[in-house]
Write a protein of this length. Structure first.
Length: 367
């Protein structure tokens, strides 16, 4: 009976952490009385960039300018940007104390002239009303907003990210984070006014941070600027790692440990309870099924409860097919691998690898 109660508490923890915070999807006409700049930092993004630029061409609201910052790409990133007729900025030599992405974003901002800035990672894709929804939602909330995009997957290895992505949504929609005075932002999609961004000195204020988005959100919060996070279901999506499982492991492990230590204790505790319940039911139920053990039924019930919950959460998380949501313990094994590699990089190597660069984390404040 006790294990069933624990599984119930685990499932409840997941529902407490998840908030269906969707962007404004109204069809009401919206014509902003200000200029909008879209800034896209890009390093070797020839696979992703065409999808984003194509989606920007199809927007119901046309931005004043689109700026692609080529961060020393060795592929056709610059050629693609030129082909789409957007403003191309070549990143200059990385100064001491800066991470590559922060320097690229800052250079893009320095070349922009919009009153509202939309920062998009190159792997993001917007539905035709996506930009309009972002601007409407920011105006309703005031301050700065960010979006956890819906994860578009095409290959099996990409779907292994189910559990890490659900936990990522928990981290940004948790009521404890929403009520926090030090809210984080999700870096793939951020919208802020130029005035607010300049007030905190933008990415220059987080120039050396690996978790620049989370720290940036805290900078806004400290200045009394409202920070609000949404999920991108139906409007904002991304395909994070089309190049293979190696880049997927590097991408998730880059911020796994550093991101966790930035969360409030109640959020971490609820995620831990949910994760333990998911792991126990996901691993033990199949094992007990093979032996017909008397404890099979409580663990099987737990497995069914968590599976139904995941099938609900997947609607807002990404297109993960049916196999991984049903056999979610496979994704949990991937999560354990990511966490182990992240701990190894942060605690033993003192640096994380990303896009051909080694980023030192020993001196980061987030540690």
């Amino acid at each position: 009976m006790g294990i069933i109660v624990f599984f119930m508490i685990g499932c409840i923890s997941g529902f407490v952490l998840f908030k269906r915070a969707c962007l404004n999807k109204s069809d009401e006409a919206f014509v902003p009385a200000y200029k909008v700049s879209v800034i896209i930092p890009a390093r070797n993004e020839e696979h992703n960039l065409p999808y984003l630029l194509e989606s920007l061409k199809k927007q119901t609201l046309t931005p004043y300018e689109i700026i692609v910052v080529d961060d020393f790409s060795s592929d056709k990133t610059s050629e693609i940007a030129c082909r789409y007729g957007v403003k191309l900025v070549k990143n200059t030599e990385l100064p001491e104390g800066w991470t590559g992405k922060n320097w690229a974003v800052w250079n893009g901002f320095m070349q922009s002239s919009g009153d509202v800035i939309v920062f998009l990672d190159a792997d993001v894709r917007l539905a035709p009303r996506g930009l309009e929804a972002l601007l409407k939602s920011r105006e309703e909330c005031g301050g700065v907003i960010s979006v956890v995009p819906y994860h578009h997957t095409e290959k099996f290895y990409e779907r292994l990210s189910l559990v890490p992505c659900i936990m990522g949504i928990f981290a940004f929609t948790s009521p404890f984070e929403q009520r926090s005075n030090h809210k984080s932002l999700y870096g793939s999609c951020i919208v802020a006014t130029r005035e607010d961004y300049e007030r905190i000195n933008g990415h220059q204020s987080v120039r050396g941070e690996v978790m620049d988005d989370m720290t940036l959100g805290k900078r806004f919060s400290q200045e009394g600027i409202n920070v609000q996070n949404f999920i991108g279901h139906g409007l904002v999506s991304f395909r994070m790692y089309p190049k293979g499982i190696k880049s997927e492991i590097q991408g998730f492990s880059k911020g796994a440990v550093l991101g966790m230590v930035n969360l409030s204790l109640p959020t971490v505790m609820l995620i831990a309870v949910w994760a333990v319940g998911l792991l126990l039911s996901g691993v033990m139920a199949p094992l007990l099924l093979l032996t017909n053990h008397p404890w099979l039924y409580p663990f099987l019930l737990g497995y069914i409860m968590f599976t139904l919950q995941i099938l609900y959460l997947v609607k807002y998380t990404g297109n993960y097919g049916i196999i991984i949501p049903l056999l979610h313990f496979i994704s949990f094994m991937f999560f354990i691998l990511v966490m182990a590699y992240s701990v190894y990089q942060v605690s033993f190597r003192g640096c994380v690898a990303w896009k051909g660069r080694q980023i030192n984390v020993r001196s980061r404040k987030s540690l």
